[in-house]
Design a protein around this ligand. Structure first.
Ligand code: FES
Length: 269
């Protein structure tokens, strides 16, 4: 281990020769985090720029293309619910209006920050494992000070969750057959419920509901909402991972139906 002026090598700290005295498999969680994040990013990136198979059975819109606002959405009539005004370009995602904000919402999320600080930036990778960085400034300087804008991305996350909810509800109507219920409806609905779980369990949401209140007794509704959100908040990490999986599964389902690889089984209609 190299001796540095700060951190674990600083004068006055116990000088330990080995990288860590831990004998358990402490490297497993950061490795699993990296693999999970890489799988999601690779899948989401490939699908976002594929610009095909994003709308199935004239009613199922994948969340990776919602809202579909590119002129290219015209290739799938009915897929655009809020107008088409962005140029059709292979480098511009069809949902370019929402994806950058969703990415920023997740990147600045308190849980994901913890995850990638540990697994990608190794600062540190685990308890009692020295980090390779000589200095530590936390989130007090650019660019990490920008993490503070997370509270504003939360509001955008709410708007996008509302749009996803609209997509899921609208998917019950087929332009020819009217009201229909297929397996895809449950897939879209399940994904939306989980997305709301993630969005509402956000730390910023908890603060919006109950932060800065001096007397809970004078704000019974906000107190009630705060207690519910606090309970959800304890599972925020779970929602963070489960929604990555549900987004992939929902998109995969829509893609396979759109390609004709599988058939959407209908219960009604
Ligand atoms: Fe994770 Fe806000 S803290 S979404």
């Amino acid at each position: 281990m190299t001796t540095t002026a700060q951190g674990v090598g600083a004068p006055g700290r116990a000088q330990i020769g080995s990288g860590s005295l831990r004998t358990d498999r402490w490297w497993l969680p950061p490795l699993a985090t990296n693999v999970g994040l890489l799988i999601f990013l690779a899948y989401a990136g490939a699908r976002t720029f594929q610009q095909q198979y994003f709308f199935a059975d004239q009613r199922y819109l994948t969340p990776f293309y919602s809202p579909c606002v590119s002129l290219g959405c015209a290739s799938e009539p009915g897929s655009s619910h809020f107008g088409m005004f962005l140029p059709d370009n292979p480098l511009i995602p069809y949902a370019a209006l929402s994806l950058p904000f969703l990415l920023a919402f997740r990147l600045t999320c308190y849980y994901y920050r913890r995850a990638y600080y540990r697994s990608v930036w190794i600062a540190p990778a685990a308890c009692a494992v020295p980090e390779p960085h000589a200095t530590y400034t936390g989130e007090t300087r650019f660019p990490l000070i920008m993490q503070n804008v997370h509270r504003y991305f939360f509001y955008i996350g709410v708007v996008v969750s509302l749009i996803n909810t609209y997509d899921a509800v609208r998917a019950f109507w087929h332009p020819m057959d009217g009201f229909v219920v297929g397996v895809g409806n449950f897939v879209l609905l399940g994904n939306v419920v989980l997305l709301w779980g993630y969005t509402l369990s956000c730390h910023s949401c908890r603060h919006v509901m109950g932060g800065r209140l001096k007397h809970f007794s004078k704000h019974p509704v906000r107190y009630w909402a705060w207690t519910r959100i606090s309970a959800l908040n304890t599972r925020h990490m779970l929602f963070a991972w489960v929604t990555l999986g549900s987004l992939i599964l929902t998109d995969l389902y829509v893609m396979l139906v759109a390609r004709g690889t599988i058939t959407d089984f209908r219960l009604i209609g």
